[in-house]
Design a binder for this molecule. Structure first.
Ligand code: PLP
Length: 386
């Protein structure tokens, strides 16, 4: 049982779920609603779907009419039920409903901001850092984040599923004995059925020098009922770590709490990644609520990302200064467990660069001048005998 103090959000009403089921001419049935495959088959993808359950603004209507040609729109019924039907600035709505601003291209915008395609030795594998690789599992997600860093690949239907590329990937990894760490991301790997996922993980685990296997997934946020005891057993068998993706405390529902409990009780170490987004989570209070909420679910905030300069996302991006200021308001003011590392994935393929306000003001002749979380100065002196 989930303790009452773990999540404190109001439960979504059955009426809301009924409204969403009616889009597809169905009546609400809790058993089907909780079936992740039913959820995937009943995703909201079109203007007409959203019109029936949200009071759309002209900017959203235009976005929904035009954006799908560039980057797919899909929202699971579960996640749609969490959207505020009246408030266009609802922090969940901003993440998944396209707006006309997506058609604007800023001078800094890029198609492949992190330069992943450049570092790809085999289709679907990015090898940038010395000891670890990023494996792109498939090209679909449960829902599409409007700020997706891989919108050039995801939902475009040009990437073969990993099962068809696996031999080439495994051959590369077998040959590259320096790779000890594989991060499977995507497209969302947890949309794979248990069996092919088990097979993929088994192939990776059979490579002796691969010590650490992680999956990056937003399924626990968009489709929490996908987290079944059977899936947890597969993840546990292969000793997988999970990096989840949450941007706002309103995502931390009872269903999500249950999914995280299943995973944590199943022995799966849980981290979370958050993208800093304008009007979604760019305030001290919002980030604190999110990170504290995650700790309650036994999820450790891992990275806070500066939003990548992906084409058509400038309306969702904050300045770097905003990120620095926000992290300064967290660091020291709350436990380090609740403070992720704020990073910019350097455009052009430089990798993740950690950013924080200066805390080491000067360091010379063995003397470090430090600034603490309250802005006060301290000195640390190295031992004289070395
Ligand atoms: C983020 C990332 C990784 C993993 O980095 P960690 O700092 O270990 O989480 C690996 N490869 C690529 C290309 C990445 O973008």
């Amino acid at each position: 049982m989930i303790q009452n103090n773990v999540v404190d959000k109001p439960v979504v009403t059955t009426t809301r779920r009924e409204e969403i089921c009616q889009i597809f001419g169905e009546t609400y049935n809790p058993e089907l609603w909780n079936d992740w495959r039913w959820q995937m088959r009943h995703r909201l993808t079109k203007l007409e779907h959203f019109q029936q359950v949200l009071r759309l603004t002209p900017a959203e209507e235009k976005g929904l009419a035009i954006a799908p040609e560039k980057f797919a729109v899909a929202v699971t019924p579960y996640f749609a039920s969490l959207l505020d039907s009246e408030d266009p600035l609802c922090p969940l709505r901003l993440q998944v409903i396209p707006r006309s601003e997506e058609l604007l291209v800023d001078a800094a915008d890029m198609v492949d901001p992190c330069g992943e395609d450049h570092d790809s030795p085999v289709a679907g594998l990015v090898h940038r850092y010395p000891d670890r690789v990023l494996l792109l599992a498939l090209d679909s997600c449960a829902a599409y984040c409007r700020y997706c860093t891989r919108s050039r690949l995801v939902s475009q239907g040009e990437m073969y599923p990993v099962t068809r590329r696996l031999d080439a990937i495994v051959a590369y990894l077998e040959e590259h004995t320096e790779v000890r760490d594989v991060l499977i991301s995507g497209g969302d790997p947890l949309l794979m059925a248990d069996e092919p996922l088990d097979k993929l993980l088994g192939r990776l685990r059979a490579i002796p020098h691969i010590e650490f296997v992680r999956i990056g997934s937003r399924v626990p946020s968009f489709l929490p009922t996908r987290i079944t005891p059977e899936l947890v057993a597969v993840l546990r068998k292969h000793r997988v770590w999970l990096s989840l993706h949450f941007c706002h405390v309103r995502e931390l529902t009872q269903e999500v709490a249950q999914a995280c409990d299943l995973l944590a009780d199943g022995g799966i170490p849980l981290g979370s990644q958050t993208v800093l987004l304008k009007n979604v989570n760019d305030s001290e209070q919002t980030l604190k609520q999110l990170f504290h909420g995650l700790l309650k679910l036994r999820v450790r905030p891992y990275y806070l990302y500066q939003c990548d300069p992906v084409v058509g996302t400038s309306h969702l991006r904050t300045s770097v200064q905003t990120g620095i200021d926000l992290i300064s308001k967290l660091r020291g003011h709350t436990t380090g467990y609740a403070v992720p590392t704020y990073v910019i994935d350097a455009p052009g393929g430089g990798g993740k660069v950690p950013i924080q306000a200066d805390t080491l003001l000067a360091y010379s002749n063995g003397t470090a001048k430090l600034r603490n979380w309250e802005g006060e100065m301290y000195t640390y002196v190295d031992p004289a005998l070395q």
